[in-house]
Design a protein around this ligand. Structure first.
Ligand SMILES: [Zn+2]
Length: 371
């Protein structure tokens, strides 16, 4: 078993300080592997004068040259020796998207992570549920990572039914409110819990639509709302969390304690899952560095900057250290949930107005899709 496999099999998924040594070893192993098998990555590291053999502690990782998500949209970095079986693409309904490959070692580590994160957050259930996915059914034409994640989520409890809230009409995806409302009515009377999964913006706009129509449901005990993919271009329309929870309680009868949010990216599909205090604790599989917006130098915790996500998960591409478009802050203060790991707060997006993503236009879809 190599160091990355060991890291992804750790029992305590939030024991950051206890896993620092193993994390550094896994990163060293992963960076050396890509350095030796991906010519472009080797050139980048050589140009920056970085020796992959110089990674000994987690502190050394801050010096590792990072790649940006924007760079990855224009350059496809493939590690030659790997054999990807599945690919996933980053969000982006227009413009360029990044394609990320999964070979067997990457898929297995990803799967073990999903199992362990699901266990910690008690997301696995033997009780059958009705699913509503605020997304689309993954198919040959649509390999979006978000669609795959949403689909995988529907495997965490046996499915009585799966309803996909977006439909393809003339090649475009539209939200289908009538279909969702019919599914909610069926779910409410079935006695089985409901689980929704999808972009927070879609979920929020849909709940607002329920309120506008004065429709109120009381979903069976055990129902939950899962949110993933972030607010993307909808940061400005993002409501206060309290407002979101009020809507969920009043329109679906689902309490705040049953709302889970996930954070991740196609280029960094680590499952950051919010705790009962709705904070993203950093799991053992990754480390996060907040960098100064101008100098890109690492900042001490408690400062706002660009989010740099680090993991040894991939063997198919050198996605070791990825600088995203997200602005965030790391908090060291103890969380009332009892988890000791620092928390990552995403507070916005760099140049949000110019970024088009698949969550954009959710409200437009809703209006156009309404009967
Ligand atoms: Zn917490």
């Amino acid at each position: 078993m190599n160091k990355t496999e060991k890291l992804f099999r750790l029992r305590d998924i939030y024991d950051l300080s206890g896993s620092d040594e193993l994390f550094a070893e896994a990163m060293r192993e992963n960076v050396i592997y890509h350095y030796n098998n991906c010519q472009q990555y080797k050139s980048i590291l050589d140009r920056k004068g970085f020796d992959p053999y110089s990674i000994h502690t987690v502190k050394d990782i801050a010096r590792l040259p990072f790649l940006t998500t924007q760079y990855l949209k224009r350059h496809s970095l493939v590690t030659e020796s790997s054999e990807p079986l599945v690919t996933a693409t980053s969000s982006g309904t227009s413009g360029k998207a990044t394609t990320v490959g999964y070979d067997i070692p990457t898929m297995l580590n990803d799967l073990v992570m999903c199992i362990n994160v699901g266990k910690y957050h008690k997301l696995w259930s033997a009780v059958p549920v009705n699913y509503i996915v605020f997304g689309y059914r993954p198919d040959r034409e649509n390999t979006a990572a978000a669609a795959k994640t949403a689909y995988l989520f529907t495997l965490m409890a046996p499915a009585v039914s799966r309803t996909f809230a977006l439909e393809r009409v003339n090649g475009e995806y539209r939200l289908a409110p009538e279909k969702i409302i019919a599914a909610l009515k069926r779910s409410e009377s079935s006695g089985f819990p409901l689980r929704t999964m999808g972009f927070p913006a879609y979920t929020y706009f849909f709940m607002r639509e329920l309120e506008r129509r004065k429709l109120r449901f009381k979903m069976p005990e055990g129902s939950l709302i899962a949110l993933g993919g972030g607010w993307k271009s909808h940061y400005k329309e993002r409501p206060e969390k309290e407002e979101f929870y009020r809507l969920a309680r009043e329109t679906l009868g689902i309490p705040e304690s049953r709302i889970f949010e996930f954070f991740g990216a196609a280029e960094h599909p680590i499952l950051y899952t919010d705790c009962r205090c709705h904070r993203f604790h950093i799991p053992v599989y990754s480390r996060v560095i907040i960098r100064d917006v101008d100098t890109l130098e690492p900042l001490p915790h408690g400062n706002v900057g660009i989010v740099d996500l680090i993991t040894p998960l991939f063997t198919t591409s050198p996605l070791c250290s990825i600088v995203t478009d997200d602005l965030g802050i790391i908090h060291d203060e103890p969380c009332p949930c009892g988890c000791k790991s620092p928390t990552l707060e995403i507070i916005g997006r760099v140049g949000a107005s110019g970024v088009r993503t698949c969550a954009q236009g959710a409200e437009k879809y809703l209006k156009e899709g309404a009967v």
